[in-house]
Design a protein around this ligand. Structure first.
Ligand SMILES: [Fe+2]
Length: 284
């Protein structure tokens, strides 16, 4: 270029980045919405016990789903489909904390057990100083966080009541049978256990292709084959992802068919409705 060419005007596009408790949030628009600071203030105490910066990625798996990205998120925002589709996930997880079990006149035995376990665990969390109260899109912010007890005496997202990694995270001195779950609009969900973390991020590739990226994090000094078995660590969510992929792709094929008619959402799909409302608001 000629002398005096203003290189500073022709650089890469700037992007906004914020780190909250070790999770990296990227915003492609400038300026980024200012509510990120409010999210940080509320969310950081929930993430702090896990000391995410002192972890490493033990495994990353990418899958490309033949569907629109919003169907992946819709599927993630309800657990009405869990009992019929996720036999592995429902070993460590109660579906009740994920939008299921809202029908107070028809309480299922598993929901009753969930409520009883929850009350017991809340006392334990108080003594351990672990934040647990539900933060559900407070003041219109774009996240939902809650600590939930694990089912079947599980202490991790595994098929047996054993930890997946012997090296515990952050401030945990012993395995603790709960998980902190965090969902963010528009494209992520995460589960924090005392021995590992699973993060999920969804990226639209095109109208009918979606990248779902899953990462399993363990303590930085944990050794594969000694402290954790990779297959055991990743089994539950690998299976669950494949089942959800089948559901989302099936829903997309249905929506694209000539017979598709929209229907009402069930009460237990209130988080789907919340996502759709949030998304619609972004568009307008
Ligand atoms: Fe699912």
């Amino acid at each position: 270029m000629t002398p005096g060419f203003p290189k500073e005007n022709f650089g890469l596009n700037p992007i906004e980045v914020a780190v909250i408790g070790g999770l990296i949030y990227v915003c492609l628009t400038t300026p980024a919405p200012v509510d990120i600071e409010e999210v940080r203030t509320r969310l950081a105490p929930y993430l702090a016990p896990y000391e995410l910066p002192k972890t490493k990625i033990a495994c990353q798996k990418d899958i490309i789903e033949a569907c629109n990205w919003k169907l992946v998120i819709e599927n993630n925002r309800e657990c009405l489909h869990c009992p019929a589709n996720h036999p592995e996930l429902l070993v460590p997880l109660y579906s009740a904390g994920f939008g299921k079990g809202l029908d107070k006149d028809n309480v299922q035995p598993s929901e009753q057990r969930f409520q009883e376990t929850l009350q017991e665990k809340e006392r334990e969390w108080e003594s351990l100083g672990l934040p647990y109260h539900l933060l559900e899109f407070p003041d219109g912010l774009w996240f939902r966080a809650v600590r939930l007890p694990l089912a079947n005496q599980c202490i991790s997202h595994t098929l047996k009541p054993e930890h997946a990694c012997k090296k515990l995270l952050g401030s945990f001195k012993r395995p603790e049978g709960s998980g902190l779950s965090l969902w963010t609009h528009p494209n992520s969900w995460n589960h924090f256990l005392s021995d590992h973390i699973v993060t999920f991020a969804v990226f639209p590739l095109s109208v009918d292709r979606t990248l779902v990226r899953t990462k399993w994090l363990v303590a930085a000094d944990a050794v594969e084959g000694v402290d954790y078995d990779l297959d055991n660590l990743t089994k539950v969510w690998t299976q669950t992802n494949a089942q959800d992929q089948s559901l989302a792709e099936g829903a997309y094929r249905g929506i694209c068919s000539g017979g598709y008619m929209p229907g009402p959402l069930a009460d237990e799909e209130y988080l789907v409705k919340q996502f759709l409302s949030w998304y619609s608001n972004q568009l307008t």
